[in-house]
Design a protein around this ligand. Structure first.
Ligand code: ADP
Length: 347
């Protein structure tokens, strides 16, 4: 049964609400003058108490994230949302006094449903994280054992190994390293977005240049030519998430180019109305229409590791990073004619 706390000064209103809601829920009345310590799934509060308990409610709601701890405001003011433009940060719904019972019931059901779904998702995420942590810990231990025994054999049997045997040992070391990389990528992907999204003004051109400096080795190895054209000055974005998105897209643009062809990459950024669009165009192998959606799913790779090494978590990380910032990502491409990946962020 959902727990509802009532923080309403007017005794008559409080009793009416309590009587009506107690038929379906467990209802508690907050004691006047006491700190907000009750455990609840929904808080029904009036205007006066909202100002009184603003800080406590804010802290309680923050602590529940990403779960939703709903607050319903009971008010006399029809223009309450217009008067307080930031009210939505503290309140999820409002209802006018005198309260219409059916309307109240509908609003409460919707808010409690949102709470249930958010708690369910939170629990599933926590389960998934615990599972990934435990799995990667065990896998790491197994990979360590493989590497250790391969080293031990290579030392103790050094003089008896044929050329083929030495090559096989080298393959074991290489496969173990691949496994370690895969575990690291999986952990990084599952951690992505666990922290809060922090928006900062970012000078886009300078930021793209920084991302390119981090890819210096890849750019030099492939002799890639990169042009940056930016008409957008500053965007509001989370620097860590933006870096993950840009670095993965740039790295792919350098990588997915046929052997012997020098990558030609154009990075452009423009602003239209309140939307910033960043495009990364390449002269690579391209992607067929059927594959353009599914490559953003985890572990989808269109080529073998020998042709193009990777684990298939680059584009899913781009999508996750961009969507955490409330943006969108997509691609336009044709096989053999290069690709143009784009990101759109609200300014
Ligand atoms: P990875 O790079 O590790 O293979 P990604 O998730 O970054 O994984 O990309 C998934 C797949 O999408 C790649 O394996 C490749 O087939 C395709 N892809 C991504 N970027 C490009 C690109 N710029 N050009 C052509 N294909 C690409």
């Amino acid at each position: 049964m959902a727990r509802i706390v009532l923080i309403v000064d007017n005794n008559a209103n409080q009793s009416l609400l309590n009587e009506f809601l107690s038929a379906y829920h467990s209802v508690g009345e907050h004691q006047h003058g006491q700190p907000l310590e009750e455990v609840f799934d929904l808080c029904i509060i009036d205007d006066v108490n909202l100002s009184r308990f603003k800080d406590e409610l804010e802290a309680r709601r923050d602590a529940e994230q990403p779960g939703i701890l709903p607050v319903l405001l009971v008010t006399h003011r029809p223009d309450v949302w217009a008067r307080a433009p930031h009210l939505w940060q503290l309140v999820d719904e409002s209802i006018m006094v005198p309260v219409a019972k059916l309307e109240l019931q509908a609003r409460i059901e919707i808010l409690l449903r949102a709470r249930r779904i958010s708690l369910d998702l939170k629990l599933r995420n926590e389960d998934q994280e615990a599972f990934i942590r435990a799995m990667s810990h065990d896998l790491r231990a197994s990979v360590r054992a493989v590497t250790m025994f391969a080293e031990a054999v290579s030392m103790s049997e050094k003089d008896r190994f044929s050329e083929e045997g030495k090559q096989d040992l080298e393959r074991i070391r290489w496969a173990a390293q691949e496994m370690r990389d895969l575990i690291d990528s999986l952990l990084n992907f599952s951690r992505l977005g666990r922290g809060e999204v922090r928006y900062e003004p970012i000078d886009l051109k300078a930021y793209i240049e920084t991302c390119l400096r981090n890819l210096h080795g890849e750019i030099r190895n492939r002799n890639a030519h990169i042009k940056v054209k930016s008409r957008a000055r500053t965007v509001q974005a989370d620097p860590t998430l933006l870096k993950i998105a840009l670095t993965n897209l740039l790295s792919n643009a350098i990588k997915f180019v046929p052997e012997g062809v020098e990558p030609e990459i154009t990075v452009s950024a423009s602003v239209r109305r309140d939307l910033c669009r960043i495009e990364i165009g390449d002269n690579g192998i391209g992607i067929s229409r059927e594959d353009q959606q599914r490559i953003f799913m985890p572990f989808v790779r269109l080529y073998s590791d020998e042709d193009f090494p990777g684990v298939g978590l680059g584009l899913p990380s781009v999508r996750k990073a961009v969507e955490l910032m409330g943006g969108r990502v997509g691609v336009e491409s044709q096989p053999g004619r290069g690709s143009r990946f784009w990101i759109e962020l609200a300014m």
